[in-house]
Design a binder for this molecule. Structure first.
Ligand SMILES: [Cu+2]
Length: 188
């Protein structure tokens, strides 16, 4: 009984120290969204599940490798000259290779807008994803080639055709919140 009472006392002190309001306690557990990085056994089909996701600003997105080897990499010039398809003020991310089942990587998205990302080894096979954070705006909401002819875009890479056709529309993501891929992309 002694240890139980001490535990309760410690818990109470911790709560008092943080001065958490009931609203904060309610919000915390829901602030992580999971995206799985999938593949069939042969590696012929690869995909993010969900492929489209709506979240509120401040949400943490966690990518978890299930099969095969993947990355979650933001469309941003700092990631190997890919075109800018996340909000201008957002910090680009690149998970690096997630090799083992259960390997994971996470990012907290605070700047509202559309975020497009890809899997580095499977982008040409169409393994991409889109996250809408609060608002349907920013470079990710523009046509894929919006930047052509603009100063400072020399060397930017075009989004491959196999990837373009897999992006769910922003409108569909807003409506469904979690959009599931029709099928895995086809690796070559
Ligand atoms: Cu991949």
């Amino acid at each position: 009984m002694q240890s139980r009472r001490d535990f309760l006392k410690a818990g109470g002190m911790a709560l008092a120290g943080f001065q958490l309001l009931p609203n904060d306690l309610f919000r915390l557990p829901s602030a992580v969204e999971i995206v799985e990085m999938r593949s069939d056994i042969a590696g012929a089909h690869v995909w993010f599940e969900p492929i489209g996701l709506y979240v509120d600003p401040g949400t943490t997105v966690r990518w978890i490798a299930r099969e095969n080897v993947h990355t979650a990499t933001a469309y941003h010039p700092r990631n190997n000259h890919h075109s800018l398809r996340i909000p201008e003020r957002a910090v680009p991310w690149d998970s690096g290779f997630l090799v083992h089942t259960g390997d994971h990587f996470e990012v907290t998205l605070t700047v509202p807008g559309v975020y497009d990302y890809f899997c580095a080894p499977h982008e040409a096979a169409g393994m991409i994803g889109r996250i809408v954070v609060g608002r349907s705006e920013g470079p990710g909401a523009r046509p894929f080639d919006y930047w052509v002819g603009r100063p400072g875009t020399d060397g930017w890479l075009h989004v491959p055709d196999a990837a373009r056709k897999n992006f769910p529309s922003v409108a569909r993501i807003r409506a469904e919140r979690r959009v599931h891929p029709a099928r895995g992309a086809t690796a070559r």
